[in-house]
Ligand binder design. Structure first.
Ligand code: ADP
Length: 245
């Protein structure tokens, strides 16, 4: 589905370059559940942004569904993002003043979907168990609830690929378990999932773990079997968590 060949990403100026990724070779197969792990500053978010067509490599090639992303214009890239990719972020990135329902339908509004909008929004709202909060402002939800809404928003366009950047990083352990179960179920339904985390217990829920250090992929290993997901989620350490008032 996605292929990175000798990909590099350098920020900054020619006189003071910051190399975030160097010579990354990686193939992500359709239907895979992959976790990218590594310490802070190792290049995880940079890699996820490239996979999500939010950014372009400064060297090497990235193929998304067989197309070299460097040859695509902004319109084509945003169409890929809108139709093929669902994004889930650590801080949820919901619009606080909109309701749960309105947040979830937003990608369909952007995509110009009118006739099926209500049915599609309601389906994913129920899918993540948030239908009882449909008319609630997003700002009044707990972190775990906000993340479920964010997952519903990522799913509403029925994307083939879900990219999740530290999706359990700002929520309580019980909610983190629910979020990881939800991602596991989405994977079971043949979606491709790429998850960034610095938490090895979270990564253990994936099929495959890619470790990145100083911008280089230096280890690729298999994670636990899907049957062990609940056990892995149960041992997740409590993150720093401040409940919403
Ligand atoms: P991680 O997600 O693993 O914490 P990042 O991908 O955010 O790592 O960052 C990798 C490296 O690239 C770090 O050294 C970081 O400081 C640098 N970096 C990331 N984004 C930028 C940017 N926009 N401008 C300059 N340097 C950046």
């Amino acid at each position: 589905m996605i292929e990175l060949a000798s990909v590099g990403r350098t920020y900054g100026s020619a006189s003071a370059p910051v190399t975030a990724l160097r010579d990354v070779n990686l193939v992500i197969q359709r239907g895979e559940f992959m976790a990218i792990v590594g310490p802070s500053g190792s290049g995880k978010s940079t890699l996820l942004n490239l996979i999500g067509c939010l950014d372009q490599p400064t060297s090497g090639r990235l193929l998304f569904l067989g197309e070299d992303t460097s040859t695509l214009n902004d319109t084509k890239l945003s169409r890929i993002r809108n139709r093929s990719i669902g994004f889930v972020f650590q801080m949820f990135n919901l619009v606080p003043e909109l309701t749960v329902y309105e947040n979830i339908e937003l990608p369909l509004v952007y995509a110009g979907v009118t006739r099926e909008r209500r049915a599609l929004t309601t389906k994913v709202l129920e899918r993540v168990g948030m239908d009882h909060r449909a008319d609630h402002p997003a700002s009044l939800l707990s972190g775990g609830e906000q993340q479920r809404v964010a997952i519903a928003r990522a799913l509403v366009n029925d994307p083939a690929l879900i990219l999740a950047d530290e999706p359990t990083g700002s929520i309580d352990p019980d909610s983190a378990e629910q979020v990881m179960e939800l991602l596991g179920e989405l994977h079971d339904q043949a979606r491709t999932i790429v998850l960034v985390t610095h938490n090895m217990s979270v990564a253990a829920v994936a099929q495959r773990v890619v470790r990145i250090e100083s911008g280089t992929i230096n280890e690729i290993g298999a994670a636990v079997r899907p049957d062990d997901r609940a056990a892995a989620a149960a041992v997740m350490p409590a993150p720093d968590w401040t409940p919403l008032r």
